[in-house]
Ligand binder design. Structure first.
Ligand code: FES
Length: 317
């Protein structure tokens, strides 16, 4: 499916991949805070770094002056990460104040996100939390004493409910409550849990049991649905002729994918397109990279699926 994004989302993505001054794709040198969320294996991963202006007497008053991200994901993951860094830098927040930023703020900044892409905004908020925890540890700031709960040990403490995405019961419960998630599809859209093999949906202690426990068997209190909170633009399926498909693939490669690879000294060329299979060859720094297959699969293929057609697959030659 080619997703319909807001103009703001598309612009942020384009600016980021073309390295427009003022954008935030990259990594801060010698960062004061580093946080990660997601994993390559799960298809989305974000590394968030920031630098602070250190307060001479009270570290809790450090102010974030620079924030950057590395996101291994799609258009919305990159745009959401841009939104997060922009919101932080524009506000002149301390790391603790930055925790006020919710995924709904990111969605609002992006002028809406397709419902199935809400997890991209959640990922940023989680990576930010991890980076703030790292900063606090390095700077000797006692977050607990300041009344800040950043759930740093949630993953270690709870049993894993969704093995496909390594998500624990406490984490899933917290996000169900924070985001008012009422159904399994809503959980999958927001945090990906249940979006893989599906075996965690109705297993004992699985997602449905957790929903029942959080909201009670009679169902949750009437909360606005995600559709209301995060209005998604209408999507429109298009049938492309083989010629149009090839042109759109080439266009997407030139506009979105190659600029991103070229920034790291790499590149990619299309060798052939047969039906829904795109045969590609990585070039430059990418060609000798151990993660080349992963790059093709995750970055090139996911971008083509998003921008052109969900049926496309990429083969490295
Ligand atoms: S275990 Fe949750 S989707 Fe596979």
């Amino acid at each position: 499916m080619a997703w319909e994004y807001s103009e703001k989302t598309k612009q942020l993505f384009m600016d980021a991949v073309h390295g427009k001054p003022g954008t935030h794709l990259g990594e801060v040198d010698n960062p004061d805070g580093i946080g990660e969320h997601g994993s390559m294996a799960c298809g989305d991963a974000m590394r968030f770094t920031f630098r602070v202006n250190r307060h001479p007497e009270d570290a809790s008053k450090d102010v974030i002056t620079e924030a950057k991200y590395l996101t291994f994901g799609c258009t919305s993951a990159i745009a959401a990460s841009e939104a997060l860094c922009t919101l932080i830098e524009q506000s002149g927040y301390t790391p603790i104040e930055a925790l006020q930023i919710q995924n709904s703020d990111i969605v609002e900044f992006l002028q809406g996100l397709p419902e199935q892409k809400i997890h991209c905004s959640v990922m940023g908020a989680e990576a930010l939390e991890a980076a703030v925890f790292d900063w606090a540890h390095k700077r000797g700031v006692d977050l607990e004493k300041l009344g800040v709960d950043i759930h740093s040990d949630e993953k270690e403490e709870g049993r894993i409910v969704c093995n496909c995405f390594s998500l624990s019961e406490p984490y899933i419960k917290r996000k169900i409550q924070e985001l008012g998630l009422k159904t399994i599809p809503e959980i999958s859209n927001a945090i990906k849990a249940g979006g893989g093999c599906g075996s965690c949906h109705h297993a004992p202690g699985g997602l449905q049991d957790i929903l029942n426990e959080v909201w009670g068997y009679s169902g949750p209190a009437p909360l606005p649905s995600l559709k209301t909170i995060f209005p998604a633009p209408e999507t429109e399926e298009q049938t492309l002729s083989p010629y149009q498909l090839s042109k759109k693939i080439e266009q997407t490669m030139d506009q979105y994918i190659r600029p991103m690879l070229q920034r790291d000294g790499g590149d990619v060329e299309i060798v052939d397109i047969k039906d829904d299979t795109v045969y590609c060859r990585l070039q430059g720094a990418c060609s000798g990279c151990a993660g080349a297959a992963m790059t093709l699969k995750m970055m090139v293929e996911s971008t083509l699926k998003e921008q052109v057609s969900d049926n496309l697959r990429v083969i490295q030659v």
